[in-house]
Design a protein around this ligand. Structure first.
Ligand SMILES: Cc1ncc(COP(=O)(O)O)c(C=O)c1O
Length: 362
């Protein structure tokens, strides 16, 4: 059957050609076949630092404040293993990308998932937690543009959360996987733009979405040197770094693919418009997101009681459209489904029409 698959956030576009060419060239050199460096080759760390200066006017030390990781997931999971012990509280929004909760559980910490109908409410919940709980969070784990809700924040949000964390001696991990996927002129700020953020925060970036490099497994973590050191220590026991040709090609992505990255973003914006318009025509109004590669849609009223899992199964069976049920992102994801913008405009129109027929006839 021809299912339009909008389930997983798995980019469908090609990696920029010059990155692929560099990989091939570097793979031919036997010097690049040896063990690499666990924390990433120096040239790649220098390129990461240059990106932060160029895009966010943030100064970083490539040796102490930057580490290359096997994607953002590796950074998140291992940072949590390195810093969280039994009973440590980690506060994060609910719903959330699953590793934000399960990374804490795997480290035997206590995942304190706070509701996030919007970022301001999340901040209120955090404030309340500090006021009322005897177990203060050791870590706050956030991510904006947010998967799955698509919420975006401005620098004031980061100023507030950094000040709050400072007051209470909490560290912050900001997963910035959708740093470059921003629409309508919105530019997602880095938490490290807040003066003093480096004292308590790290930020995790991924090449997966910005450069269509999901399968390559490259990301990095930057910021607080103590947290970077902890991640470097645990990774030094676990891996020998990413295959060197992949790291060399990643330098090209960061240095020379700004235009390609912008084009990828424009593609997602166009797809967003096509899907949002199509769903509206189908009688299913949804908010257009300002960032991320998703549309987060409240389930139409007649189906709400069935729950997001049953509704997703219905969409699959009757409209041949695959989506992610909101419950998969935590209990407060219930009542929504997530569309990933990973099929082309024609297929998105097809999906919206098919949903329209299903909603009308069912
Ligand atoms: C919020 C968030 N963080 C991290 C990741 C994973 O990124 P990577 O491919 O770099 O591991 C994703 C992927 O969907 C994501 O949505």
């Amino acid at each position: 059957m021809d299912v339009v698959d909008l389930g997983m956030g798995n980019p469908d576009g090609a990696t920029p050609q010059i990155v692929v060419d560099k990989l091939i060239e570097a793979a031919r050199n036997p010097r690049n076949h040896r063990y690499s460096m666990s924390r990433g080759i120096p040239h790649l760390r220098e390129e990461i630092v240059k990106r932060y200066k160029r895009k966010h006017d943030v100064d970083l030390d490539p040796d102490k404040e930057a580490i290359v990781t096997m994607g953002a997931k590796d950074a998140l999971a291992h940072l949590l293993f390195a810093t969280v012990g039994p009973g440590d509280v980690v506060a994060a929004p609910n719903p959330a990308y699953p590793i934000h909760q399960y990374g804490v559980i795997m480290a035997e910490g206590h995942a304190c998932m706070l509701p996030m109908p919007n970022p301001a409410e999340f901040l209120n919940g955090l404030e309340h937690l500090y006021r009322t709980s005897s177990r203060k969070p050791k870590l706050i784990l956030i991510s904006f543009p947010h998967n799955p809700t698509t919420h975006c924040v401005d620098l004031d949000f980061f100023r507030e959360i950094v000040a709050m964390a400072h007051r209470h001696g909490t560290m912050i991990v900001h997963d910035f996987a959708y740093a470059d996927i921003c629409f309508d002129g919105y530019q997602a700020p880095s938490i490290l733009q807040v003066p003093g953020a480096k004292d308590i925060a790290v930020e995790i970036f991924s090449l997966s979405k910005s450069y269509n490099m999901a399968g390559w497994r490259v990301g990095f973590c930057v910021g607080n040197p103590k947290l970077i050191g902890a991640l470097a220590r645990i990774k030094s026991y676990l891996d020998y770094g990413i295959l060197q040709p992949v790291q060399i090609a990643s330098i090209i992505a960061l240095r020379e693919c700004e235009d390609e990255s912008r084009k990828i973003c424009v593609t997602y914006q166009k797809r967003r418009d096509v899907l949002v318009e199509g769903l509206c025509r189908a009688g299913w109004p949804v908010q257009p997101p300002r960032g991320s590669m998703f549309v987060w849609a409240p389930i139409p009223e007649p189906y709400r009681a069935a729950g997001s899992l049953e509704f997703s199964k219905l969409l699959m069976a009757k409209a041949l459209v695959a989506v992610s049920p909101g419950i998969g992102f935590g209990p407060l994801g219930e009542g929504h489904v997530r569309f990933a913008l990973i099929e082309n405009n024609h297929r998105l129109r097809q999906a919206a029409k098919s949903i329209q027929r299903f909603l009308k006839d069912d």
